[in-house]
Design a protein around this ligand. Structure first.
Ligand code: ADP
Length: 264
């Protein structure tokens, strides 16, 4: 596969984009926009995969808790997606960048003709110096948000699919934790960070605990699945902490941070 050098896909999760109260984490979003704009100025092509639509929508609708009904989840996603894009448009706009929204379902990539069109759309946007911001089309795709794990976990997978589709050089998954550990650090104080993984096998999956943070995804499992898909296509995958988006400078510069899943 012809990998495009200096093309980076960055995935940011709900736990990074929202605070403990479930409201938008403006500081992180603004910093992320600044760093990504800067990295683009340094000659990289940048694609952002961003979740958080449902959590932000729940907040904006002033619902007391996350809805269980599908119609309300999908309604919250529609409201939250709009709010997220409004914030991104504003923050990236400070740095004179144009963003574009791409909402995707798994089906869009399964059909060859749709896949080709989508790849062309990404190319056209990147050629124009635009930063595509991708999310699952939660208001339409009932299957994607059917289960708790899928509801929040799938953007990890989506980011890998986008990285493969766009022939990215690197996929960076920003999480609420410094990387992949030999056991869940929330449960075990003596957990150690693994700085590099060359092969993802059953033993690796055993190290990933269950569901992650309250607002976050299904934990490390979906990140391992994503890393597996992307590394198979030769893409390096880095899992690291999103609380200081400045780590992206190190990553773009080839410095070690978090956990590197080496592309094969
Ligand atoms: P995000 O919203 O950023 O995608 P998640 O909450 O889904 O974040 O995933 C990260 C969480 O996965 C961590 O906070 C941690 O509790 C959990 N986890 C389980 N096993 C591991 C592991 N082996 N290494 C690191 N984190 C792990």
């Amino acid at each position: 596969m012809g990998i495009k050098r200096n093309r980076i896909v960055v995935k940011v999760g709900t736990s990074t984009l929202t605070n403990e109260l479930g409201k938008s984490n403006l500081r992180t979003m603004e910093k992320l926009a600044m760093v990504l704009s800067d990295i683009q100025n340094m000659g990289n092509e940048v694609i952002l995969v961003s979740s958080g639509a449902i959590a932000v929508g729940v907040n904006k609708l002033r619902l007391k808790e996350k809805p269980t009904e599908m119609r309300m989840k999908q309604a919250a996603a529609a409201v939250g997606q709009c709010e997220n894009m409004f914030l991104y448009d504003k923050f990236f706009g400070y740095y004179d960048k144009t963003v574009a929204q791409i909402l995707l379902n798994a089906d869009d990539i399964r059909e060859e003709i749709k896949k080709e069109n989508l790849a062309n759309t990404f190319e056209a946007l990147l050629e124009q110096g635009i930063i595509p911001i991708v999310n699952e089309n939660d208001s339409v795709s009932y299957h994607e948000i059917e289960t708790e794990e899928k509801l929040f976990g799938d953007n990890d997978m989506l980011s890998a699919v986008v990285a493969v589709l766009c022939q990215a050089d690197k996929l960076v998954i920003l999480s609420d934790i410094d990387g992949f550990y030999n056991k869940d650090p929330r449960l075990y104080k003596d957990a150690e960070l693994i700085s590099r993984i060359d092969e993802i096998d059953e033993a690796t999956y055993q190290l990933a605990g269950g569901a992650g943070s309250r607002r976050g995804t299904g934990g490390m499992r979906t990140k391992l699945q994503a890393a597996d898909i992307a590394t198979r296509q030769g893409i390096d995958v880095i899992v690291t902490n999103g609380k200081s988006p400045e780590v992206l400078y190190d990553i773009a510069g080839g410095k070690k941070t978090g956990t590197l899943f080496k592309g094969r």
